[in-house]
Design a protein around this ligand. Structure first.
Ligand code: ATP
Length: 261
């Protein structure tokens, strides 16, 4: 199988007569971990929805995992994509382990009359361990901290053994320790699954894991820069995208931004 996970060309998304995205090209290969960066309203979530087969492009072609959007059963395609959305709505107070198991059915609740096999429970327990939540496996969603919820949703996304992982602002709302823990979790899973590719949306460069290999900057629905993280996450490109003078600092593989003098 080809190592191209996403091949998007000339993507335009028009809603209510307005272009939210235009002329967006993106190729994501196995082992690549993309950051999708840009100011509020730039179109990041709109693009992530298209890549996750939950939003439809108005024009352009989008191939995800070798399937062309508009020509495939999107429900079947979504089963192969791990989508970590912090706005995930929980209907019942499921435990961490139960929430992770819902990743197999792609539902927000456990399905009635559905019983996981022993092997599936074992896999769920392994993913719970991998995100550092074994001690919290029976804790219920309403009492989980924001960081624990984020890590639970990553473990949930891994249940379907996805080839592509989409992460929408996973560090938003976390304190600095919880953020660092979450980013370590993301780094570790990328290391453990070298065949995986991922796209992470974030507003803050400080929220990027060190394993970020590529980046795309969006502004007003258009691509400002796209390429390796080193090429793209520069003071001039990021300042242009955010329309604000920023100095980008890189230290021990991580990024930080501050107003430039
Ligand atoms: N269904 C819609 N109809 C009209 N406009 C929309 C629709 N959905 C989103 N928008 C607008 O499209 C623009 C891009 O939204 P999007 O959520 O993709 O941006 P974003 O880069 O993810 O922003 P943020 O950083 O604030 O989350 C915004 O101005 C938003 O208000």
């Amino acid at each position: 199988m080809t190592d191209v996970l996403i091949n998007a060309t000339g993507v335009r998304v028009t809603r209510s007569g307005r272009d939210l995205l235009h002329d967006v090209d993106l190729t994501v290969r196995r082992g690549e971990h993309w950051a999708l960066l840009g100011p509020n309203g730039a179109g990041k979530s709109t693009l992530l929805a298209v890549l996750g087969a939950t939003g439809h492009p108005t024009a352009g072609t989008v191939e995800v995992l070798g399937r062309r959007l508009g020509r495939v059963d999107v429900r079947e395609l979504r089963e192969h994509i791990g989508h970590v959305d912090p706005r995930h709505r929980m209907l019942s107070p499921l435990s961490v382990l139960e929430t992770v198991l819902t990743g197999l059915t792609g539902t927000t609740d456990l399905m009635v009359r559905w019983e996981p096999t022993a092997a599936q429970v074992e896999a769920a327990e392994q993913h719970v361990a991998d995100v550092g939540l074994t001690a919290r496996r029976d804790a219920r969603w309403p009492v989980l901290s924001q960081g624990e919820r984020g890590r639970t949703l990553i473990a949930r996304a891994l249940m379907s053994e996805p080839q592509l992982l989409l992460l929408d602002e996973p560090a938003t709302g976390l304190d600095v320790a919880a953020r660092e823990h979450l980013l370590e979790t993301v780094d570790a899973l990328r290391h453990r699954h070298p065949e995986l590719g991922s796209v992470m949306v974030t507003h803050h460069l400080e929220d990027l894991p060190a394993s970020t290999s590529h980046a795309m900057l969006l502004r007003d629905g258009a691509v400002v820069a796209r390429g390796t993280a080193d090429e793209v996450i520069t003071s001039s490109a990021v300042s242009h995208a955010f329309d604000f003078p920023l100095a980008i600092l890189r230290s021990e593989g991580r990024w930080a931004a501050r107003r430039s003098a």
